[in-house]
Design a protein around this ligand. Structure first.
Ligand code: MSP
Length: 708
């Protein structure tokens, strides 16, 4: 069993929390809970980043002392985490004495190593990013000559000041070597490659102090300088554990455990191979975590984190979340409208962790009614009454000799395989894949219920044992599912357990409670026989007709994009091929000449590419639509909706190479946006029945290959 320190980034307090922050905290909370089920000791850390010029200015705008201002915002982040059902073990604020002391000590260690020197710094600075940029990182000058930050779209400032520098350049080779020796240091792989490219291009020394503002931690011995906010902020991962300190005796046990005695081949030799540090963060701050942070740690002689996972960004109904767009959703509103559990479920199920994803209120409801209500809730609601009526409410003993019958064997097989798959997916920090696996059990158990026809068994003479075995296996399936789903739906799972007569989940360190793992010879049902079940309130009651009418208003969303041209504009640039300006136009009919021919130029307007299918799911409430995530050789996968659901099972498409149109204007279908079109052959037979056949490619060519 491991000791695991898992962290979110610490959030800037220059604005109130929104669900973009919430998404990151939820994911981290889900992993923390999952690791606990597996018997690990987990320390889940989050907090707030409270220094920097941006916050100093914000406080000024509010006519408050910076400390007063940050004191008014930080608690909102504590409340936001609570509202979303997250239970961090610690919440660090960078204005706390424990943090300031650790940062000063770290500075001294970098200085003692000879990695800090005094110089002058001149660069473009984006106050919103708290980051310096070179010209190539910025937009071209506009009419007034101003350059803009590409992330915040705000004008940057030219800054020249005396500054201390960190010798980042001397860590270039060490970092590259470290990346080579630790291929799993950063996930997803594509993002790791971006980091490597950035370092390979050459690292310049990093300016790590400022004299132009005061709101920061003073540089030891040079109080006219305050520390660069990223050096300050990243150190929270150390300071919250209680170190480093000038005096070793003042360093806390947690700091020693997570940062000093940890196994790290490159740094210290194997001392405690079971301790892991995992950072979860958004893709735009990966460089700080995967380049600067490891360099600081190397300089201080400390081991590096074990894993850094960069997740994607959340849009609201296809649009970037911003005050100007009027679509900033607060964690509280989200929780009030859907409940924390349902919101958590939606984020973890809908979005492939690592990729950008969309929060569309209508889709939350579709998943709520479709998967949670009709899938999980229904299984519970229709099974419990049988236990109550036929067995006095006591879970019956099974006859294990019946487990070899085809239906029972099938269900037990799914329980074993899917539980193992879910564990592997969660170990890889891909909760969406974990939920896919868990849902196989929900589907299999509902099917088992239908096939076993308990309502008939209940009426037939001499079938009591058979009926008891069927119900026992369904109760066991529910036990396994509500255990594995607990990290995502903690409250609902405990409510379900209560109805099944089980105590709320109690996890014990050192005890792995996961139902089944890879390599298990067989699945061993372990539902306690004889416990008393009760039918309670439905877990996922249907929303009344019309209750979703004012959803957006209740969530605080003022404007929603409905037309596809706007949705296209909201798509991150990386979703389109670089020189593909036609993406921004709506698609046109290919012009044909009078003689029925088209020119080659006409044909060339349609950009066709090979695409590898990475994921495929059914769009809720649609028989026809499948949502595919495909690799077309771009930096990120594309989402393409295809009307082939009546002809293909999503799983049959996984890993296949298909042909897609990549420059069709994005289209909205069932509230989702499609960024391309799948090519398929269509035949209508004499009876009018339609047959569709997707064009697969028989050779193994990479996604993104051209099609002519
Ligand atoms: N303070 C720094 C982090 C320092 S960590 C040593 C910071 N703060 S932030 O508040 O701007 O962002 C914190 C996290 O929230 C980032 O991981 C960021 O990706 C995430 N999100 C903020 N808006 C988001 C979305 N719209 N969608 C998903 N996550 C986003 O950067």
């Amino acid at each position: 069993m491991s000791d695991i320190l898992i962290t979110t980034p610490i959030y800037y307090v220059n604005a109130k929390p929104h669900i973009g922050h919430g998404y990151c905290t939820i994911a981290t909370d889900v992993f923390a809970r999952y690791f606990r089920i597996r018997g690990h000791h987990v320390h889940f850390l989050t907090g707030t980043d409270e220094h920097g010029v941006n916050i100093e200015r914000k406080a000024k705008d509010e006519a408050l002392e910076p400390q007063k201002y940050v004191d008014s915002i930080a608690p909102l982040f504590v409340d936001a985490a609570k509202a979303l059902g997250c239970e961090p073990d610690d919440f660090i604020r960078t204005t706390e004495p424990r943090h300031k002391a650790a940062v000063s000590e770290l500075w001294k260690r970098l200085e003692a190593k000879g990695d800090i020197y005094l110089g002058h710094y001149e660069a473009w600075y984006c106050a919103s990013c708290e980051s310096f940029y070179t010209e190539k990182d910025l937009t071209e000058p506009d009419a007034s000559g101003a350059r803009h930050c590409k992330i915040h779209k705000k004008p940057v400032e030219r800054i020249k000041e005396e500054s201390y520098f960190f010798k980042l350049s001397s860590y270039q080779d060490k970092l590259l070597e470290y990346y080579k020796d630790h291929p799993e240091f950063v996930t997803p792989e594509g993002r790791f490659n971006e980091v490597k490219r950035f370092v390979e291009e050459g690292l310049r020394d990093l300016s790590i102090s400022r004299t132009s503002f005061r709101w920061g931690i003073p540089v030891p011995g040079h109080p006219d300088h305050v520390m660069y906010v990223w050096l300050d902020a990243l150190t929270n991962y150390l300071s919250a554990t209680g170190g480093p300190a000038a005096n070793e005796a003042d360093e806390k046990e947690a700091y020693k455990k997570y940062w000093l005695l940890r196994n790290d081949k490159a740094q210290r030799g194997s001392t405690n191979p079971n301790t892991r540090v995992i950072h979860i963060l958004g893709k735009e701050i990966l460089r700080f975590h995967a380049v600067y942070w490891p360099a600081f740690l190397m300089s201080a002689g400390l081991p590096l984190p074990d894993a850094i996972f960069a997740h994607g960004w959340l849009t609201i109904d296809g649009e970037k979340m911003s005050k100007t767009a009027g679509n900033v959703v607060s964690p509280e509103a989200l929780s009030q409208v859907f409940g924390a559990d349902v919101a958590r479920y939606y984020f973890m199920r809908e979005i492939a962790f690592g990729q950008d994803g969309d929060f569309a209120p209508k889709n939350v409801l579709a998943r709520y009614h479709g998967e949670l209500g009709n899938g999980l809730g229904n299984l519970l609601n229709r099974s419990l009454p049988f236990v109550i009526k036929q067995f006095d409410g006591k879970v019956p003993a099974p006859d294990a000799s019946l487990y070899a019958r085809p239906n029972e064997a099938q269900l037990l097989g799914v329980l074993k395989e899917a539980s193992a798959q879910a564990a592997e997916a969660l170990d890889a920090l891909t909760p969406h894949a974990g939920l896919d696996a868990i849902w196989k059990i929900v589907i299999a158990a509902n099917l088992f219920f239908d096939q076993s026809e308990p309502w008939k068994l209940a009426k037939e003479e001499g079938k009591k044992v058979e009926l008891g075995t069927v119900l026992y296996l369904i109760m066991e399936s529910l036990r396994a599912v509500t255990l594995m789903l607990w990290p995502v739906l903690p409250t609902k799972c405990n409510q379900a357990r209560a109805q099944m007569g089980l105590e709320p989940l109690v996890l014990r360190e050192g005890v792995d409670a996961w139902p089944a793992l890879k390599g298990d010879a067989r699945y061993v049902p372990s539902f306690p026989v004889g416990v008393q079940v009760t039918v309670g309130q439905p877990l996922f009651p249907r929303w009344e007709e019309g209750a979703d009418k004012d959803l957006n208003m209740r969530l605080g969303i003022e404007k929603v994009v409905v037309d596809s041209t706007k949705a296209a504009a909201a798509v991150p640039a990386s979703k389109h091929s670089k020189n593909d300006s036609s993406n921004k136009e709506s698609s046109k009919e290919v012009a044909s000449h009078d003689d029925g021919f088209i020119t080659f130029d006409d044909f060339a307007k349609v950009k066709l590419k090979l695409a590898k299918v990475l994921t495929a799911i059914r769009v809720p409430k649609s028989d026809k639509l499948l949502e595919l995530s495909v690799d077309v050789g771009e930096t990120e996968p594309r989402t393409i909706l295809a009307g082939i659901g009546l002809h293909y099972d999503p799983d049959a498409l996984l890993g296949k190479t298909i042909c897609v149109v990549v420059n069709l204007a994005p289209r909205k279908l069932m509230g989702r946006t499609s960024f391309g079109m799948v090519l398929a052959a269509k035949h209508i037979d004499d009876s009018g029945a339609e047959k569709l056949s997707v064009l697969f490619v028989d050779k193994d060519l990479p996604g993104g290959s051209g099609v002519q």
